[in-house]
Design a protein. Sequence first.
Length: 663
Amino acid sequence: MVPETGFDGRRRVIIEAVSPSVDDGRFPAKRVVGDVVLAEADIFADGHDVLSAVMLWRHRDETESHEVRALPRVNDRWRAEFPVGQLGFYEFSFQAWVDHFLTWHRDLRKRIEAQQPDLDVQLRIGAQMIRAAGGRAAGRDRTRLQRYAAGLEGDEELADKLRDADSDELLDLMWRNSDRAHATRTEPFAVEVDRPRAGFSTWYELFPRSASSTAGAHGTFRDVEAQLPRLEKMGFDVLYLPPVHPIGRTFRKGRNNAINAAPHDVGSPWAIGSDEGGHHDVHPQLGTIEDFRHLVAAAAERRIEVAIDIAFQTSPDHPWVREHEDWFRKRPDGTIQYAENPPKQYQDIYPFDFDTEAWRDLWDELCGVLRFWIGQGVRIFRVDNPHTKPLPFWQWVIRETRNEHPDVLFLAEAFTRPKIMHWLAKAGFAQSYTYFAWRNTKSELTSYFTEITRPPVSEFFRPNAWPNTPDILTEYLQYGGRPAFIIRLILAATLSANYGIYGPAFERLIAEPRESGSEEYRDSEKYEIRPWPRMEDDLSELIARINRIRRDNPALQQNASLRFHPTTNDEILCYSKSVGEDSVVTVVNVDPHNTQSGWVELDLGTLQVDANRPFQVHELLSGARYTWHGARNYVQLDPHVVPAHIFRIRRKVRSERDFEYFL
């Protein structure tokens, strides 16, 4: 095989297995503002020469790269790091070369230790390399290097020459002016940086039309505003609203998804569009666009962001159906094909035909929908069923949007095959729904969260854990009673840095399915206005306490440090998260019916706890404090009292072997 043009066989260093990297650099890795990116690569070459390596990094808006020296770890793995302080894309690459001077320097030390006789010859060899470096240098560096070269070649005492050859200044000078003529350099790898809310957020979903305090009345945006103090008190920072657009009347669904609607049935918000407008409009009974903007501003004053649903589909009454028939697929009888997922039929919804000859106009119009709502102050979009639209469309529209507004975040509601969920995340979705709702056992939870919170998946996939949604009322919640709701709440809030609840139903422990074997709610808000009167014993206070624990503990605001710890009972799950001096250990009884007890076996090395000293843990749900001894400790959890413990261990590091524990 003939080497390609431009090939230089003197580039002896091999660089591979660069991280963070998604599909060998095809997609960017994900981080948030304030993170430090730890970049690594396998770097090696033939023989025994010493290698040197650097990492070059820059924000794409910068013209010049920053350089950081990479350091070897074990087994030819090298590491460097750089901070990401602004939104957008960063690029980094590794460069490495055979460092002949450091090889000479290492061998000189060995020769001195072995008392070899030819040291003067070796010093002259070193002087030649130093003089060559001086030729590459400028200013003071050139002058100093020339003096070092002359000194090693001169008549000074051998001991003085050896001392000069080993000086830190010389090593620094040679590093700055090293010979990189035959260096190997990787192609750049990308890191996409989102704002911090992409990495840590707490979502609450409600239907505005059910927000009225007057029974039977259609709620408004002003009614939603009245809910903001309560949501702030509970600690939510994202308020997610299902579609707020006009709702079609043709083939409107009735209560409990009945095919025939009664005259006063309000229909599904996902059947978007009527004579009153489409995706650029709001349902007139909710208020006006000005009312919506007022809600967004009022929420922002309480540090809550309003997220809206993006459902790229229409009702039969949407203006686009009349104006752009070519955007929809027609059946042989000339009627437009409605949405189906056999045996389910959605006669009230028309999907777009993304194979249309007018696909470019369709893409541009849908991108315009996002621009419109960004103009109303929205910066978070929850996207309905993105896996049922072309994947390249999402990659394009998210990139178009974020090029103009890098602070915009997208959440993918794609409960589908893992590879598609992963590809959507790679393509630009900042957060993704997960299979959490259906992972109930210790084994299932351990396996799943280990997979999605560690590389390679964690480099691009940010989980957002929801115990319920308007479409998902799991069997676990249906039959587990109040303990099941508390268990799933604590798991979601502590396993994942991003989590959310379909709030009114979850707060009030609503668990009645439409029929046996169904995960649909009975009397679902998707098809009717449902008032939500306050309950004496709902979960709002517990939710507030758990969200406060999340806010107060940085360990729970990330997923990278999640580690599972062994327990002697398969109904008890134990895991920890740590950041700096903050460590949180969560122990959960996943059986909502029975008291469970057993021993947890903490990995004290992971927690940086001295195994030879007792340590205090602060139980954050009850306020109790305990002294634990060693890795093995006993727990007993009654699900009808409190089915979990959330322990905080905070430590102040005095030295590598001496820790002071404090609360």
